[in-house]
Write a protein that binds this ligand. Structure first.
Ligand code: ATP
Ligand code: MG
Length: 396
């Protein structure tokens, strides 16, 4: 690795102004530092108007790949720092071109362009002039291997001209987009062992919300395998935010009471209402501003508009449902991409399989749901389940 190799981090969200912009950048830098803690603790970060320059002390590609999972980053480039001076930039750009061409067979003519961007307007050449200057100073052996193609280059040699130090690069990586986790507050995510809720958690983090994971188990009816599965899912999600807490709360007692006192068809909706109430308590302690679920319209009986309304009536905060209009294949595609799919399809029974009614109510009416719930000591059961919670701090 060349001593001067850096990762250029570009963040989008250009509408951010003043104070918001400073907070956004601070949060992003904190998250970048955290993400790199285990692979490059000595990394240096520097903010250079609208750009974050990451100077790794370890393998630059490992660092760049790790940063692809940090929200708030639009794109990344692996770049070389070069003094902001015409000849130095030309030499560096051509040396980089030579190395980049190594990736192609010798006899191939590679479509290529130079893309200069100038954020230092005092630099004596305009961007297209520097583009041309570099192309015209190619040694003949290189010139024979490339053909300029401004529209569809295979190899796009970037030059970012800045005050004092500029950057040349050929390798770009996509960022995860979104906003830095923590810049938009915190939410409680109801995490089941299914495919959907981990994806809902990821989407919530993507929009800048830190998530606290809450999972209900039905021990002793459902074994410890379920909790281990949830822990694995939690660790997979922990990769996307600086710190992750996973909270387990018992649901078995509540399920038993519901079974004893409510008509079977209402069980699922009543369980979901109880989950919301326990989530309310956690949200209060965590100062969370919303509760997130993996529910999707019409996917199962408990996800009709009527039943979603009944579930929401037990909530005190906004209930966010990032997947509400996703088709299952769309959710599965995302689950694969973020690495939770294989974990989710491991076959472990979860609490919802306990006392599942054969014919759940499809359009639960408010009066009927309230009547079905009337035999329960709602407050006592919720408080007891919350008091029995177990909290884990997860590492990615
Ligand atoms: P998932 O794939 O996330 O399980 P699903 O489509 O299977 O979702 P349900 O099983 O009906 O739907 O669950 C709906 C939502 O309720 C889940 O997405 C999750 O947010 C929440 N939920 C269900 N079971 C649990 C649980 N055991 N612990 C925490 N949350 C749960
Ligand atoms: Mg499920």
């Amino acid at each position: 690795m060349s001593a001067l190799e850096v990762v250029l981090v570009r963040y989008g969200e250009l509408w951010l102004k003043g104070r918001n912009r400073i907070d956004f950048e601070r949060t992003l830098m904190r998250n970048v530092r955290r993400a790199l803690e285990s692979i490059d603790p000595a990394v240096e970060l520097e903010r250079e108007h609208g750009l974050l320059v990451v100077r790794p002390t370890q393998r630059v590609h490992d660092v760049a790949r790790r940063l692809q999972d940090v929200f708030g980053i639009a794109s990344l480039a692996i770049a070389e720092a070069v003094p902001s001076e015409r000849d130095a930039l030309t030499v560096a750009a051509l040396a980089l071109l030579r190395r980049a061409l190594d990736a192609y067979p010798r006899e191939r003519v590679v479509r290529f362009r130079v893309s200069t961007k100038r954020s230092d307007k005092r630099f004596p050449m305009k961007s297209p002039e520097l583009d041309r200057h570099v192309a015209e100073h190619m040694p003949s052996d290189l010139a024979g291997r490339v053909k300029v193609d401004l529209d569809e280059p295979e190899l796009d040699l970037g030059i970012h001209v800045r005050p004092r130090t500029s950057y040349v690069f050929a390798e770009r990586l996509s960022g995860a987009g979104g906003l830095p986790v923590g810049s938009v507050g915190c939410a409680v995510v109801l995490l089941s062992g299914g495919i959907d809720s981990p994806v809902a958690a990821w989407l919530t983090m993507k929009r800048g919300c830190e998530v606290v994971l809450l999972s209900f188990h039905s021990y002793p009816w459902v074994g410890e395998g379920f909790e281990r599965k949830i822990e694995r899912l939690g660790r997979a999600l922990a990769r996307f935010q600086p710190r992750t807490r996973l909270v387990f709360a018992p649901l078995a007692e509540i399920q038993q009471r519901v079974k004893d006192t409510a008509p079977p068809a209402y069980r699922t909706v009543l369980y979901r209402r109880m989950m919301q109430r326990i989530a309310n308590l956690l949200a209060e302690d965590e100062r969370a501003g919303a509760v997130v679920t993996g529910e999707s319209l019409g996917q199962v009986a408990s996800q009709t508009l009527e039943n979603l309304a009944r579930i929401e009536e037990a909530a005190e905060l906004p209930v966010l449902r990032p997947l509400i209009c996703f088709d299952k294949p769309e959710t599965i595609a995302l689950a694969r991409r973020i690495g939770t799919f294989q974990l989710s399809i491991e076959n472990e029974p979860d609490c919802c399989t306990v006392f599942q009614p054969e014919r759940p109510i499809i359009r639960g009416r408010r009066s009927e749901v309230l009547a079905a719930e009337a035999g329960l000591d709602v407050e006592g059961l919720v408080a007891a389940a919350y008091a029995a919670r177990r909290v884990l701090d997860l590492k990615a």
